[in-house]
Design a protein around this ligand. Structure first.
Ligand code: TXA
Ligand code: MG
Length: 326
């Protein structure tokens, strides 16, 4: 059921049911994070590996503190600027946070999403919401209510419709578990914005190996190497070159601002004619879903400029292009 009724969403969540919620990044598949039975349903519905931990969402720093979490100084500096917003903080967990949320790690990921409906909902709850992106594990994240309905509609109690997501890629994840803060996933808040507040940070690029790595390492987020994937094969990189290499195939294209004359116009998704990376990020996942419905053999995707949200776009396209499956 899709709707805009907050009370319906609240009641289902209090009863331990799953509700898809809008955020500014992507739609989340939410459950009461303190209810282990409810959280178990998330893993089942998404077919998500148990070793992949979940982000918890709430509406205020005060609530995070009230659940026994200790918030590092640099996190508070970032939060003053960017929360609510597309930034997730990985910090030491407290005993109140169930192990199923953190997949047994001693760190928990927390976020205050910036969406009016989500904030209004979270305000009414005295528990955090565990919410991964509301897609089957491994597929592209949903950026509107219909995306959720198409894939998970018959498996969950309610979809709270908050319109199109304004940011369109998942949150940036930053870990405070080491001395120097470390970006674990590029996302909706740029590296530049983060470093303008807390100075230089490290970045970690996840590989399948880190997934099964030692407990002391942060589990790499978005972590399966093949992730955010389309059903059609996706080739990431020099499109001009790949048009020649795949000339015997029916080709679809995802590009930043350029049109390619040798490929059918209706098979091309130009993400921002004005060369705006924020606009491109906002449209990326819808384009990936739309192009996946076309009668084509292969998707060719450009590499975007490695700055601002271009980093998040490149990360998602790269993961979508990885051939091996885990
Ligand atoms: O924008 C977002 O972050 C969306 C919306 C719904 O908030 N959520 C989202 O969740 O993208 P999900 O589960 O699809 O991706 C969260 C990533 C996962 O790759 C997971 O590995 C990582 O966050 N993660 C969660 N808890 C972690 C932890 N304790 N340490 C390190 N990484 C963690
Ligand atoms: Mg996800």
């Amino acid at each position: 059921m899709i709707g805009t009724d907050l009370n319906t969403a609240i009641n289902f969540l209090k009863q331990g049911e799953l509700v898809a919620i809008p955020t500014e990044t992507v739609y989340g598949l939410a459950a009461n994070a303190f209810d282990i039975t409810a959280v178990t349903k998330i893993y089942k519905v998404k077919d998500r590996p148990q070793f992949n931990p979940l982000i918890i969402h709430t509406d205020s720093i005060e609530k995070l503190k009230s659940w026994g979490l200790i918030l590092p100084e640099k996190m508070l500096q970032l939060a003053a600027q960017f929360s609510p917003g597309p930034l997730t903080y990985v910090i030491k967990k407290s005993s109140l946070i169930p192990d199923i949320i953190t997949a047994g790690n001693d760190a928990v990921a927390v976020r205050i999403p910036n969406h009016p409906l989500a904030l209004a909902l979270l305000k009414e709850l005295n528990f955090p919401l565990a919410a991964p992106s509301a897609n089957p594990s491994g597929y592209v994240s949903p950026t509107n209510a219909m995306h959720v309905e198409e894939q998970l509609g018959n498996k969950i109690s309610y979809i709270l419709d908050g319109g199109e997501c304004k940011v369109g890629v998942e949150s940036t994840i930053i870990s405070f578990m080491d001395d120097v803060p470390t970006i674990l996933r590029f996302g909706g808040l740029s590296l530049e914005a983060i470093e303008s507040v807390i100075g230089k940070v490290n970045t970690v690029f996840s590989s399948p190996l880190t997934v099964h790595g030692s407990q002391s390492k942060p589990i790499a987020p978005g972590m399966l190497s093949r992730h955010y994937a389309t059903t059609h094969r996706l080739i990431f990189g020099d499109v001009e070159k790949n048009i020649s290499a795949y000339s015997s195939n029916k080709i679809g294209i995802i590009s930043f601002h350029k049109k390619y004359d040798s490929v059918l116009e209706e098979h091309q998704f130009i993400l921002s004619k004005n060369k705006n990376l924020d606009e491109a990020a906002q449209k990326l996942f819808s384009a990936m879903r739309e192009i996946d419905k076309l009668n084509i053999d292969v998707i060719l995707a450009e590499k975007f400029p490695d700055e601002g949200l271009g980093r998040a776009i490149n990360d998602r396209l790269k993961r979508a292009s990885v051939e091996e499956s885990y």
